[in-house]
Design a protein around this ligand. Structure first.
Ligand code: M6R
Length: 357
């Protein structure tokens, strides 16, 4: 039930801090360490390559998952759009391991790849919000998101839950391998939950920013580098699917290779800056578009922010920044849609779960 909330999407955005805490609790053992089943760890450590397969928002969380699996567990990982897998199959190595990311666990495009992986005899893990769903039943292993039902068509808490579970999984694999990445995941996810709360209390500011930066515009861009690029793709999907503003999530450095031609007076460009190693480069890209007339809005993490930035996000571990930065972009999409008078929860042409290929 959405209770006093006007829309499920807003309720689900607000639930994200509790979901983070719930995930920590569900995956913590008696010693306070994050664990996943031993047989899953063994199967994944036996693999020479991981293939993440997903659609839409789940595909976007897959990119963050690739970053964790490679940086924390050090296993080469690829990310695939499920519907493309059959036509552009990867060259498989001797011991691939498949991860299916799906909020609903019912997405037909993902399922057809799972069926194929099973035919080939490769092990598969489904990370889903729905216990007993098709993708869960047909995979060898399941990790649950523990996010509670997601009703709004636009996925919000499932995205952050998927990233948190992928962080937990990578942490458990890394611990087994003896890699010390210096991330106390339980502690850092707690900091993320608190930081999410502080963003959620700034709804009025974000509603105003949606008015200022996403007025009657036909198009918009989100830009970032590295992990911020992955969030830009998700932020763009969220904005376009409910507000119908044509939005592209773009790698900030790639803009000048063509797309910058689309920037004209007043084009909204929203930049995400949370990674110290690329912050000054992204700022350079913000200047490039601003000087061509773009209406620029910067979301920056404390420590990398300056006084002209529109949103300053509390500092969290940089690897976990996607969990936080996506929240103001979800709220921007929500308010831009509300201000246009569209049904936030039920955008046109879309269903919550896509059960046809
Ligand atoms: O249930 P799934 O995670 O498999 O769904 C995948 C996509 O259909 C889904 O994320 C879709 O892109 C959402 N509408 C995004 O908000």
């Amino acid at each position: 039930e959405k209770g006093t909330y006007p829309y499920y999407m807003l309720k689900e955005i607000d639930e994200q801090p509790a979901v983070m805490r719930n995930i920590v609790q569900k995956y913590q053992n008696e010693d306070g360490r994050l664990t996943v089943p031993e047989d899953l760890v063994a199967a994944m450590l036996d693999a020479d390559r991981i293939h993440i397969v997903a659609c839409g928002t789940s595909y976007h969380s897959g990119w963050v998952g690739k970053h964790y699996l490679e940086k924390i567990a050090q296993i080469p990982t690829e990310v695939h759009v499920a519907s493309e897998f059959s036509y552009n199959p990867p060259l498989l190595t001797g011991k691939p391991f498949f991860i299916f990311l799906s909020q609903s666990g019912e997405t037909a495009d993902s399922r057809q790849v799972l069926v194929k992986a099973r035919e080939w005899g490769y092990p598969a893990l489904t990370i889903t919000n729905v216990a007993g769903s098709t993708l869960s039943r047909e995979a060898d292993y399941t990790l649950l998101l523990h996010a509670g039902p997601e009703i709004a068509v636009a996925s919000t808490k499932a995205y952050t839950a998927q990233i948190a579970v992928l962080a937990v999984l990578s942490d458990a694999l890394g611990a087994k391998l003896g890699h010390d990445m210096g991330i106390d995941m339980v502690h850092e996810l707690g900091i993320v939950a608190n930081a999410m709360e502080s963003i959620i209390t700034q709804k009025e500011l974000i509603a105003e920013l949606a008015d200022i930066y996403l007025p009657n515009t036909r198009n918009a861009f989100y830009i970032g580098r590295g992990l911020d690029y992955f969030v830009s793709m998700e932020a763009a999907l969220k904005l376009k699917e409910i507000s119908y503003i044509q939005t592209e999530g773009f790698a900030a450095g790639e803009l000048k290779h063509g797309t910058i031609a689309l920037i004209e007076e007043g084009t909204p460009v929203l930049a995400i800056i949370t990674q110290a190693d690329v912050a000054s480069h992204t700022r350079g890209n913000v200047e490039e578009v601003r000087s061509r007339g773009a209406n620029t809005c910067v979301f920056a993490m404390e420590g990398l922010a300056n006084e002209n930035d529109q949103i300053v996000l509390p500092a969290v571990h940089p690897a976990l920044a996607p969990l936080l930065t996506v929240v103001p972009t979800q709220l921007m999409a929500y308010y831009a849609t509300l201000h246009r008078g569209y049904d936030v929860d039920k955008p046109r042409n879309l269903a919550k779960s896509v059960t046809v290929e």
